[in-house]
Design a binder for this molecule. Sequence first.
Ligand code: NAP
Length: 295
Amino acid sequence: MKQMHVSVIGLGMMGSTIAELYLKGGASVTIWNRSPGKAERLLAAGAAQAAGLAAAFSASETIVMCVANGEAVSELLATPGVGAAIAGRTLIQLTTISAETARSGASWASEHGAGYLAGAIQAAPSQMGKADTPLLVSGAEHTFQAQRAELAALAGGLVYLGPEPGAAATMDLATLSWVYGGMLGFLQGALILQAEGVDVASYGAIVRSISPSFGAFFEHEGKVIQSGDFAITESPLRISVDATLRLLRTAEQSGISTEFPGLVSSLFQRAAEQGLGGEEAAALIKVMRPASGRR
Ligand code: NAP
């Protein structure tokens, strides 16, 4: 089998893990980091140090970038010599960036005769390299197919979101929204338990055990929203009106924060007032949309 040649730009927590996984997989790996001192372990494991950023781009057929943010990406792509060095190669951008930065990266690569994929990592460094590690990817399909092996070495759970380069970044924002909504709910749950003197330590394990079935529920609700048909198929919205009011009343009586249950309950109340109680739970999205975007 043909040996992979990969350059890894950025050796933070995630970039070092990426370089390590490629080395373990037998790839020829060239590394570059803005500041010195992060390469030693990788060099000892067989990586080659690039003499400079442009040299790192020209050393391999595939360049994987994983730096702090979009500003760092823009600075690196504007570095003299980098544009010329990328010609005929493929840049896989794994930095968490905005959809706009992903699109401008795709245009930059195309102008310089290079392929481009934008990926959004959905895992911590210790979870990388596994058969089910989730990685969202967008960009031209032929480029995705050509880079499948390079991507699968990092994350077996590849999700290809189509040719629009910003799609992975947009989906990353959506999953981030879900994570923080879940975190608020989780912390409110911990307050409820503490107020009643119930063990909080076992709570996380219980949440973990119920997460797959709630994941399946959200998968269903996503299809409902996409279809625009909110006829009841799983959970009537009126159940959530009662449940979220119970959360608010409990918070008021226990003297714990009412901010989160107050917000959720008021949204469901509004949905009930608009006559949505007899629709599927996801119909709540109708009161969250700007007035002009409701359907
Ligand atoms: P990190 O440990 O803080 O490393 C940041 C890296 O970016 C370092 O190599 C740093 O170089 C480099 N950098 C920062 N500003 C730069 C600039 N202006 N020019 C060149 N290089 C610059 O962060 P990380 O955890 O590796 O995260 C990297 C990316 O992966 C982020 O976009 C993050 O959102 C994403 N990600 C991380 C995780 C995670 O759990 N760690 C999970 C999913 C996604 P220096 O060494 O010179 O400072």
